[in-house]
Design a protein around this ligand. Structure first.
Ligand SMILES: Nc1ncnc2c1ncn2[C@@H]1O[C@H](COP(=O)(O)OP(=O)(O)OP(=O)(O)O)[C@@H](O)[C@H]1O
Ligand SMILES: [Mg+2]
Length: 451
């Protein structure tokens, strides 16, 4: 369906010219020569955008905007202003207009603005509908996702819920591996039994082995009493081996033996103990490479990977972004007792366009900060970036910085400003900065402005 816009102006000539221009772009255009006539159209038809003159005989554009906003928050509204009415334009923005454009203007300029407004309007409508759904559909701590591969993962989990087959979850950091591991346990019949997580990358080899297998009294300095290993403690339940790719080869051998024989020997002891655990492991490394480079045992890999699951990075599940944004804003708003009802158009664009290398966790962190910093019900773009150099903006706190850092700080600020003015559109921001899009990406990468 073509986009539908309504243009209102008492100047016939301009009205016709604009209508012709937008029709040629394949947009469906309705026109009105007074605000009242425009209002009648709006009452009957749902538009993707309303463009209206401000000063008109009878009802003004501003009055029309107020009337529309009383019943509809979502249809974007662009006001056209004559000379000397900039104050009214600002007033219009305060009353919920998307933007204003000062007459005379180039039609291409209005087109650019209109396209952006239509896109934002659609995003907001979608966000509003997702918001209604999620208020009813999702209890707290819900696994969200409409992405196909995530749905497949959910299907597989449902299918294997009654088995004890070992599962390996692969995915970049922050894609939900830990969350899914727990979900697998919760949807299995082992649910009433313990679920233990052990981070294989966080402990030294000795400590890790003692955690997993336990130790006997006096096994090593400091082992003043015997300790049962988690594999034994988790009897009947599930053990989640996080960052399995970090295991040393020697621990891999011991773990392999434990899985094959379903028994373990505590460190320093030789009496085997029977175990009954389900193994779930996760890794953000590519284990095939680890195997090729002989850092990971193939036989252990096969034992751990009866069911392989792969979680896609957030950039490959853009269709879920709005869902997550809405979910986190609600969840965090509730946590910090803040009523956030809106995300500014610029901010939403920035959120939609970020590469999210830290995936869902990064998104959650950015939104947490934004919710905390929000001064009212709206999340604005300036709360989305982390600004460690903020303190330099206050003259009194200004501390001398090495020259090379000064350049970085200045560049970062210029980039941020350009992104702000370009409403998050990087191609445009690069144009403002007078550099190529690629260079902008590289700089943002180098300055960790995507994190
Ligand atoms: N499908 C989802 N629905 C809702 N929240 C999710 C989903 N997936 C992940 N999250 C949330 O995103 C955050 C990161 O998820 P999680 O800690 O499970 O990722 P991870 O892959 O284990 O990360 P890491 O590799 O750093 O351990 C958590 O707060 C989690 O609750
Ligand atoms: Mg994790």
């Amino acid at each position: 369906m073509p986009d539908k816009i309504l243009i209102i102006d008492d100047e016939d000539e301009l009205l016709l010219a604009l209508a012709r221009y937008f029709k040629r772009l394949g947009i469906s255009v309705h026109t009105a020569t007074s605000a009242l006539e425009g209002w009648r159209h709006i009452d009957e038809t749902m538009y993707d955008l309303v463009i209206s003159d401000l000063a008109m005989p009878g009802m003004s554009g501003l009055e029309l905007l107020e009337k529309v906003r009383a019943v509809d928050h979502l249809t974007p509204f662009i006001v056209m202003t004559g000379v000397g009415t900039i104050e009214t334009a600002v007033e219009a923005i305060k009353h919920g207009a998307y933007h204003y454009i000062a007459k005379p203007f180039k039609t291409q300029e209005l087109e650019l603005l209109a396209r952006r407004a239509i896109e934002h309007g659609k995003l907001h409508r979608k966000l509003a509908s997702v918001s209604q759904q999620s208020a009813t559909d999702h209890p707290s701590e819900m696994i969200l996702g409409t992405n196909r591969s995530v749905k497949e993962v959910m299907h597989t989990i449902a299918k294997i819920s009654q088995s004890t087959a070992s599962v390996l979850i692969q995915g970049e950091t922050g894609t939900g591996k830990s969350m899914f591991a727990r979900h697998i346990h919760e949807s299995s019949e082992r649910r009433p039994q313990p679920f233990y997580t052990i981070d294989c990358g966080a402990l030294t080899e000795n400590l890790l082995e003692s955690e997993l297998f336990g130790h006997v009294k006096g096994a090593f300095t400091g082992a003043i009493c015997a300790k049962r290993g988690l594999l034994e403690e988790a009897q009947g339940g599930t053990i989640f081996l996080d960052e399995i790719g970090e295991l040393t080869l020697s621990t891999q051998v011991k773990l392999l033996r434990a899985i094959q024989e379903l028994e373990i020997k505590p460190v320093g002891g030789n009496k085997p103990v029977k175990i009954d655990v389900r193994f779930i492991s996760a890794t953000s490394r590519d284990l095939n490479i680890e195997i090729k480079e002989q850092r990971f045992r193939k036989d252990l890999y096969f034992r751990l990977t009866v069911i392989p699951l792969k979680l896609p990075p957030l950039r490959e599940r853009k269709e879920d972004l709005l869902l997550f944004i809405n979910y986190f804003v609600h969840k965090l708003g509730a946590r910090y007792c803040k009523r956030i009802t809106e995300i500014a158009p610029c901010a939403l664009t920035v959120l939609m366009e970020s590469p999210w290398r830290g995936n869902i966790r990064e998104l959650e962190n950015v939104l947490e900060r934004a919710v905390l910093l929000a001064n009212g019900p709206t999340i604005t773009v300036d709360t989305l970036f982390s600004q460690p150099e903020e303190r330099f903006e206050n003259e009194e706190d200004r501390t001398p910085v090495p020259l090379k850092d000064a350049v970085e700080l200045a560049e970062k600020q210029a980039i941020r400003q350009a992104l702000l003015i370009a409403a998050g559109n990087r191609t445009k921001a690069a144009q403002y900065l007078g550099i190529g899009r690629r260079t902008l990406y590289d700089k943002m990468d180098a300055y960790s402005m995507n994190e």
